[in-house]
Design a protein around this ligand. Sequence first.
Ligand SMILES: [Fe+2]
Length: 305
Amino acid sequence: MQLSTAKIVSPATKIAHDMGLTVTDRPPGTAPDWTIPQDWAGYSAREHTVWDLLFARQTDMLKGRASEAFRRGVEHLRLSDRGIPNFEELSERLSKRTGWRVVAVPGLVPDDVFFEHLAHRRFVAGRFIRKPEQLDYLQEPDVFHDLFGHVPLLSDPVFADYMQAYGLGGLKALRLNALEKLARLYWYTVEFGLIAEPGGLRLYGAGILSSFGESQFALDDSSPHRVKFDLMRVMRTRYRIDDYQQTYFVIDNFEELLHQTRDADFTPLYAQLGKLPDLAPDAVIGSDLILSRGTQNHAYRGKFQ
Ligand SMILES: [Fe+2]
């Protein structure tokens, strides 16, 4: 079976740009904030079946691997109901818990639009779903990645605050021309983060949770490094765009993530980062708290950013 290593995981242009994609003008029919109706009634039976297939396979794979917050979120939001979720109904359940809503967008959106939505507790999601022959590979984030991967965590009050803080931080990073550094924080937490739970390491990053191949690799493979999360270290570290990660960063809890992001003044941090060299995705540095040092034996493909 082909394992998914595609890395189109965010509709924001910084990360998409790394993958050679560019955002176009706002498509006709979209609102000024780039949202569109989900048109839930327009999904075919075949498309709902693809969701059910992906959901069943990934839920099985994630047993004993997904974070407690993810498992609670899937239950609270009733994501196990059959078929592609209706964004309106999902948003009703989600907003009762944390005030977040899910809105549909046609594809890539400009960075400022993406961050504005996050800052107002709106998560932008693709409405299309991959085709049956694309279960393990797709070019852009689809509704399975966006809903299954991201939305359960948004029902956790602390993670929900972190995502909003990230959106506000993104708007600031745009003003300070520091998006390259901040995008790495999103990458290594929201998309590819691991969390240390009493039973061992668990997954909370959406890019891993929605990937059949990476949900095994990130926890079980001997190749990647697993290093304790450190904000500055993460913002210096380049990432793999078209293969599994060479390093995963591990948090102890979401409070730590929220505290380091919302309560920090990033202006001096960006100034400091400007004087420090970037780090390769497989780098290990003296200040690292290494939880497991990887062999880096995986045959990594392509380039990194
Ligand atoms: Fe994503």
